[in-house]
Design a protein around this ligand. Structure first.
Ligand code: ZN
Length: 201
């Protein structure tokens, strides 16, 4: 009992450590909201790891507004279930690791800060002529993202293996994945187009 408690606690601290790394590293900083593009950040230390996933909601649900109707809520719940249950078939770790991938944090609607909206608001005082354009931009400024965090526990080390991707089988709208990976002191990154290629970890 004591041992499992201790393990749980160390996993907790380890996760915290990884979250700190994600926040501090410029490479892991929040990237621009781009339709069709998703972001996968992996961090491993020994047999434990964390995977962050971010995608514009449009690629997951087909819309970016908050789900209010029964139909939209159903779509949202089905797609979130698909993502959380089949994630290890979308971000494919080498089977030799024998890894368990478990959803830890699910944020189905993260409102996206619209930087250009603020810019156009600021410039609205200077450019009266731009009023129509500003209105149009504001209307388009409703964006949201799906953010997920998974914990990974492996039986064998993944050092020297490669991560593969198969999002399009489940979410055909995801065309591009920006991947960042840390394994111990090793860092790697890649842009994956149409699930082609992999990232060494
Ligand atoms: Zn959007």
């Amino acid at each position: 009992m004591k041992r499992s408690l201790c393990t749980k606690r160390s996993i907790y601290y380890f996760s915290f450590f990884l979250v700190v790394i994600f926040k501090l590293m410029p490479a892991f900083a929040h990237s621009a909201h781009e339709h069709g593009a998703a972001k996968v950040d992996l961090a491993f230390d020994g047999l434990s790891g964390v995977i962050h996933f971010e995608s514009p909601s449009s690629s997951i649900y087909g819309f970016e507004h908050d789900a209010k109707t029964a139909k939209d809520k159903k779509t949202r719940d089905e797609k979130i279930n698909l993502l959380t249950q089949k994630f290890s078939e979308m971000v494919i770790l080498d089977p030799k690791g024998g890894c368990d991938v478990t959803a830890k944090k699910i944020e189905p609607f993260v409102k996206e800060d619209d930087d250009h909206e603020h810019e156009s608001e600021a410039s609205s005082h200077q450019k009266e002529r731009g009023a129509k354009t500003i209105h149009h931009e504001k209307k388009e400024g409703t964006h949201s993202e799906v953010h997920l965090e998974f914990t990974v526990t492996c039986k064998a080390s993944l050092v020297g293996t490669s991560v593969k991707f198969a999002f399009q089988k489940f979410f055909p709208a995801i065309k591009k994945i920006t991947v960042q990976a840390i394994n111990g002191e090793k860092q790697n990154g890649a842009t994956i187009l149409n699930d082609q290629g992999g990232v060494g970890i």
